[in-house]
Design a protein around this ligand. Structure first.
Ligand code: ADP
Ligand code: MG
Length: 308
């Protein structure tokens, strides 16, 4: 006999994480969230669809982990401190083996981000997940996209292009002799890390921030547009992992680093006088003008679901 909707929720989705700001979690008609005095709620949602955002037959624990991190990354980019998340999930069937693996990934991501699961919705249909995340920042101090100013330095966290290369490994289009490198890249796709503590540490420091979900050049263009400035990126300064540098096709490396999505690193702009924190690498400058320029002409500009 298959498990019913309510025991499914109780067995797999209750009791995942905690946070002192959650006055009421799963089980009632809505969750209750308390905000610290003088703080504002930062809220964001992200959908992941099988066959679009992750391959068919992707491990259920990784589907959960990746979806939570993709959503949590938006909180990181606002400099928000985590409060909780909601999960709206559509499942083709109540497969308990699948669900227990999924719940394990969900718990791991909840622990890693500090986002307890406080509610959601469970329906039947083609596999898709929508994760809504909540965080808080002191009033009006959130990191926005529109604060970059001419003279600012453009910096990124971590290394870029790994997730796109990892997806190619998973899809069987990239083969590396070095198995450890191949595995590292796959993990960067399957288990990204939202840069929450880095984001928080940049409150009051960075002039603008965005998380890298669509690709470096595409996301930099969002900051340039919102701020009304030009951004110039020096491709030779873009940080690459040792694993990605194992790829022999250097044009492909550049393509992934500049246009590959899903790394969930942060791009921030820093005023000229601010020291560059250790977690960041300077890759360019903000200038008067508009748009993004780069010494390399990209083959494509990031991912757009509706582009033809
Ligand atoms: P309602 O019919 O009032 O929308 P539901 O029956 O859908 O409530 O859900 C009952 C409780 O379980 C609610 O607290 C809801 O937030 C929670 N819930 C349902 N699905 C999920 C899920 N996938 N993850 C977390 N909580 C869930
Ligand atoms: Mg409901």
């Amino acid at each position: 006999m298959s498990i019913g909707e309510f025991s499914l929720i109780d067995t797999y989705f209750s009791r995942i994480g905690e946070n002192p700001n959650i006055a009421l979690g799963i089980g009632d008609d809505a969750a209750s969230v308390e905000l610290p005095d003088g703080h504002v709620l930062q809220i964001s949602t992200d959908t992941a669809i099988e066959g679009v955002h992750f391959p068919r037959d992707f491990a259920p624990a990784d589907i959960a982990y990746r979806s939570v991190m993709a959503a949590a990354s938006d909180l990181a980019a606002m400099g928000a401190s985590p409060i909780g998340m909601l999960l709206a999930i559509t499942l083709p069937a109540a497969d308990e083996t699948w669900l227990s693996c999924f719940a394990e990934g969900l718990r791991a991501a909840s622990d890693a981000t500090g986002l307890p699961l406080v509610g959601g919705d469970t329906t039947r249909g083609a596999l898709s997940l929508t994760v809504t995340v909540m965080g808080s920042t002191p009033s009006s101090s959130g990191l926005r996209r529109d604060g970059a100013r001419p003279g600012d330095r453009v910096c990124v966290s971590g290394t870029l292009g790994d997730a796109a290369a990892g997806l190619a490994v998973i899809q069987g289009t990239l083969h590396l002799v070095d198995q450890a490198a191949a595995e590292y890249l796959q993990t960067r796709f399957a288990r990204p890390a939202a840069r929450l503590s880095l984001g928080e540490s940049l409150l009051g420091v960075a002039t603008a921030a965005i998380d890298l979900s669509d690709g470096l050049l595409a996301d930099a263009a969002h900051v340039a547009h919102a701020s009304g400035v030009a951004i110039d990126i020096d491709s030779s300064k873009v940080p690459l992992s040792a694993a990605l540098r194992q790829v022999t096709d250097t044009a492909q490396i550049r393509q992934w680093a500049l246009n590959g999505g899903d790394d969930y690193e942060l791009l921030v702009t820093l005023p000229p006088e601010a020291p560059v924190p250790e977690a960041l690498t300077e890759i360019g400058r903000v200038a008067a003008g508009q748009g993004v320029s780069c010494d390399q002409t990209p083959a494509s500009w990031g991912y757009d679901h509706f582009a033809r």
